[in-house]
Design a protein around this ligand. Structure first.
Ligand SMILES: *Cc1c(COP(=O)(O)O)cnc(C)c1O
Length: 440
């Protein structure tokens, strides 16, 4: 951790001059000082550090893999690595029933199958997310209904969720986008009022906390991803978990061909095979020992970035509730188009040239703007529930205006546990420099 005074004098001056002006007169130079030249135009970069966002695997994973090599089976059921992994998972997410599986997508499929989603049932969720959020529910012949999002939280707007509830609605999938907790108390109250199942998509939220409570523990079922880009990983994997006696005991069989490994016997349920095996579990058991440090570090760095850019005119920082811990799978601020003479893409390009690891937006369009949704063509060009008259969903008419704007004005900044405070300070100085340069 480097203290801020190691920042080159020039950058420090640029930052302080900007701070004095923040929100006031963006076009005026501080005390007649020259505006710094953008790196894009040949000026010096605001960011001198180039942190790596590489993954690290080592002793904790090696220890588990070595132990695994001494076993005569790699099957998940009663596997020692799986058992240890589940214990470690429960230490930070204390849910009674846990089913390890092959991906976050699988976990979400298991969740909607275990809750008994039927053909034509509606599930309200977020339009800005990984498509894995809705793959399983569409396979179960459910209907995704996309609600709009908060302008700076990028999470479900609870009032809009409520507007979209119909007699067919059976569940809400709350996506904690970027690891920023959704308004879970409000969503849980709404779910209870309408008898809905609340599923938490925690794929991007490992180690996050909602009002001090571990993420995944407010809803009925929690789903996590262990895909390579997530906070902890085994390359690909996932976890579905619940303490609800109605759904928890079913998670295992819905990830394991419908077979109940405790009762045995004949098939009472139908599902696919989403099992995780011992090599993945060994990796995850090792990775879980790193989770608290990773989550705490990312929370600190992302919050620091907010603190340092929050006064800049035209910049809308990532909004996190003060009682929550967001774990910043990435950070995203928005540029207010009317505040700048450049567009979002030009802003992002200039910021990247300053040395900030960033990119424009997140997914290109809200999920329902993708061809497969617009064509309602999920199954060889068909959507059985629509053809059977079980839904009249028309994605071409589905509107989530704030989500569209978020994707059009968001700038995604990489946050990684290896980054230093000094790097984040330089990133903030770069945002200020670019914002002042393009101030309208
Ligand atoms: C990654 C992700 C998923 C899907 O997880 P996979 O392991 O890639 O299948 C689902 N939802 C969100 C929010 C994600 O970020």
């Amino acid at each position: 951790m480097e203290p801020s005074h190691t920042m080159p004098r020039r950058h420090f001056l640029a930052a302080t001059a900007g701070a004095a002006l923040a929100g006031a007169l963006p076009n005026t130079d501080a005390g007649g000082a020259e505006k710094p030249v953008l790196a894009l135009d040949g000026g010096e970069k605001a960011v001198t550090e180039s942190p790596s966002a590489a993954r690290h695997f080592g002793a904790p994973e090696r220890e588990r893999l070595e132990a695994m090599l001494g076993q005569d089976t790699l099957f998940y059921w009663k596997g020692p690595q799986t058992t240890l992994m589940v214990e470690r998972f429960q230490q930070f997410c204390p849910l009674k029933y846990v089913m390890p599986c092959s991906s976050g997508t699988a976990a979400l499929h298991i969740a909607v199958a275990a809750m008994g989603l039927a053909p034509g049932d509606e599930v309200i969720t977020a339009p800005i997310t990984d498509i894995g959020t809705v793959i399983g529910l569409i396979y179960q012949q459910g209907v995704p209904v996309f609600a709009d999002l908060g302008a700076a939280t990028y999470n479900l707007d609870v009032a809009d969720v409520e507007r979209r509830i119909t007699p067919k609605t059976k569940a809400i999938i709350a996506v904690h986008l970027t690891g920023n907790p959704c308004d879970l108390d409000a969503l849980r109250t709404l779910s209870d009022k309408h008898n809905l199942v609340l599923i938490e998509d925690c794929a991007q939220a490992w180690g996050a906390k909602y009002h001090g409570r571990p993420i995944g523990t407010v809803g009925h079922i929690a789903c996590f991803s262990l895909q390579n880009s997530k906070h902890i990983t085994c390359g690909d994997g996932g976890m579905a978990a619940s303490s609800d006696e109605r759904f928890g005991p079913l998670l295992q069989r819905f990830g394991d061909k419908g077979f109940d490994r405790i009762k045995g016997g004949q098939f009472e349920n139908f599902s696919t095979n989403y099992r995780m095996s011992e090599p993945q579990a060994a990796m995850v058991a090792g990775q879980l020992t790193r989770l608290e440090d990773i989550a705490a570090r990312r929370a600190k760095l992302g919050n620091a970035l907010t603190e340092q850019i929050k006064g800049i005119a035209g910049i809308l920082p990532h909004e996190v509730h003060s009682e929550d811990r967001a774990v910043y799978w990435f950070y995203m601020f928005r540029v207010q188009p009317e505040a700048f003479t450049c567009n979002r893409d030009e802003f992002t390009k200039a910021l990247a040239a300053e040395g900030v690891q960033c990119s424009a937006g997140y997914i290109p369009v809200p999920l329902h703007r993708n061809p497969v949704f617009l064509n309602h063509g999920f199954f060889a060009g068909h959507w059985p529930v629509k053809e059977m008259g079980l839904t009249n969903m028309d994605f071409t008419k589905h509107e989530t205006p704030e989500a569209e704007k978020i994707l059009a004005t968001g700038v995604r900044v990489t946050i990684h546990e290896e980054m230093s405070e000094a790097y984040i300070e330089q990133c903030a100085a770069a945002v200020r420099k670019v914002a002042e340069h393009f101030a309208a």
